[in-house]
Ligand binder design. Structure first.
Ligand SMILES: [Zn+2]
Length: 322
C-alpha cells in the first residue's frame, strides 16, 4: 500500500471515530459531517456548526464555524490534539463512558424552507456582540452564511442568541442599523492602542485578515451604516478603507466619504476585495501597502496597491485609458 492510501485510511478512521463519539454523546447531525459543537464556551449550538473532515496530510480536523478553537473543542470531548490523528483504541461508546462525557445539546430546529433543507451548507457564522445596554435579553446576534452545494449561491440568515442560552431566528426586531460594528469591542481596544483599523466590506474578509484590526457593518455594500461608523471611528486618524473594487464597492466608498468619515483608501485591482488583495500581495507587501495608504490623508488620491506583474510588455496606449 502506498503512503497516500495509508494516510487516507488513517484520516477516514479518525473522522469516523469522532463522528460516532459525537453521535454517542447526543450531538445532533446536519448531514453526514456537521454536528452540534460540544464546547461549553459555544453556549448551545442550535445549528450544528462543527464540521469533522479529513485533515490534509492525515488525521481529522474539527472546525467550529462559530469560531471555537479546535484545541478547546477537542478538550471538551476529553481528548488531546494527538487523538485527532490516532483515536483511542476503544470504541467511542466505551470511551464516552470511561471519560464520563455527559452533555446537553439544545434542540435543532430546522423549519421548512431552511437553507439546510434546500441543498445549502453552512459556510460561516459571524457573531455581532450587542453594543451593551440595548436589550439585556440578547447575548449576541449571529449572521449565518450558507452556500448552495451545486450553484454556489449565497444566502444570509440572522439568528439571535438569548441570555437564557436559547437561539431564535431573526434579529428579534432589532434593526440592522442599530447593531454594533463587526468586532466592535476589538476595534474600540485598537483605538485605545492607536492601532491601524481596516474598514472593509464583508465579515468573511474581516475573518480572513487574521492579525489585523478590521471591521465592517451589518448590511453589506448596499446599506452602509455610516451613523455607526461615525459614532465609533469618527475623528480617529488611523483608518484605512479597502473598498471592494466594483460598482457597489465604489458607491459604498462614496457614501462613507460623503458622510464625513475621514479615512485613507487603498484600492486593489478591478474586481478585488480586501481578502483578494491580501492573498495576491502576501502578508508583508499587504502590510506595506496599508502603511503607505495610511500615510496619505483622506483628501488625497487613493493609494493603489502594487500592480500585478504583467506577463508581457504592454505597448503604449494611443489615447490613455478610457
Ligand atoms: Zn463551537
Amino acid at each position: 500500500m502506498n503512503v497516500a492510501a495509508a494516510t487516507d485510511r488513517r484520516s477516514g478512521t479518525s473522522v469516523r471515530w469522532l463522528v460516532e463519539l459525537l453521535d454517542v454523546i447526543g450531538s445532533k447531525p446536519l448531514g453526514s459531517r456537521l454536528r452540534q459543537c460540544p464546547h461549553p464556551g459555544h453556549g448551545g449550538d442550535s445549528h450544528p456548526s462543527l464540521s469533522i473532515t479529513e485533515r490534509v496530510g492525515g488525521g481529522a480536523r474539527l472546525h467550529c464555524f462559530a469560531g471555537c478553537p479546535e484545541r478547546d473543542v477537542v478538550r471538551s470531548l476529553g481528548l488531546g490534539l494527538r487523538q485527532l490523528y490516532q483515536p483511542p483504541a476503544v470504541s467511542p461508546r466505551r470511551f464516552a463512558s470511561l471519560a464520563r462525557l455527559r452533555m446537553e445539546f439544545p434542540p435543532v430546529a430546522l423549519r421548512a424552507g431552511h437553507p439546510a433543507t434546500r441543498g445549502y451548507r453552512l459556510e460561516a457564522v459571524h457573531t455581532y456582540e450587542p453594543a451593551g445596554g440595548v436589550d439585556d435579553r440578547v447575548r449576541c446576534h449571529r449572521l449565518l452564511r450558507w452556500r448552495h452545494r451545486a450553484s454556489g449561491a449565497k444566502e444570509l440568515m440572522w439568528e439571535t442568541r438569548l441570555a437564557d442560552g436559547t437561539t431564535t431566528p431573526g434579529l428579534l426586531g432589532t434593526p440592522e442599523r442599530t447593531l454594533p460594528l463587526y468586532r466592535e469591542r476589538e476595534i474600540r481596544m485598537a483605538i485605545a492602542a492607536r492601532e491601524t483599523i481596516l474598514v472593509i466590506e464583508s465579515e468573511s474578509s474581516v475573518d480572513a485578515l487574521t492579525g489585523w484590526y478590521a471591521t465592517t457593518w451589518a448590511g453589506g455594500a448596499n446599506d452602509v451604516n455610516t451613523d455607526r461608523l461615525l459614532a465609533v471611528l469618527g475623528g480617529y486618524p488611523n483608518i484605512v478603507h479597502i473598498p471592494d473594487f466594483d460598482v457597489a464597492g465604489l458607491a459604498c466608498l462614496w457614501r462613507i466619504l460623503e458622510a464625513g468619515l475621514r479615512l485613507a483608501v487603498l484600492l486593489g485591482e478591478p474586481g478585488e476585495d480586501a481578502r483578494d488583495l491580501h492573498r495576491r500581495l502576501g502578508s508583508d507587501a499587504f502590510r506595506d501597502a496599508v502603511a503607505d495608504a495610511a500615510r496619505r490623508s483622506s483628501d488625497s488620491a487613493p493609494a493603489r496597491a502594487p500592480r500585478r506583474p504583467r506577463p508581457w510588455p504592454v505597448p503604449p496606449a494611443a489615447g490613455g485609458r478610457g
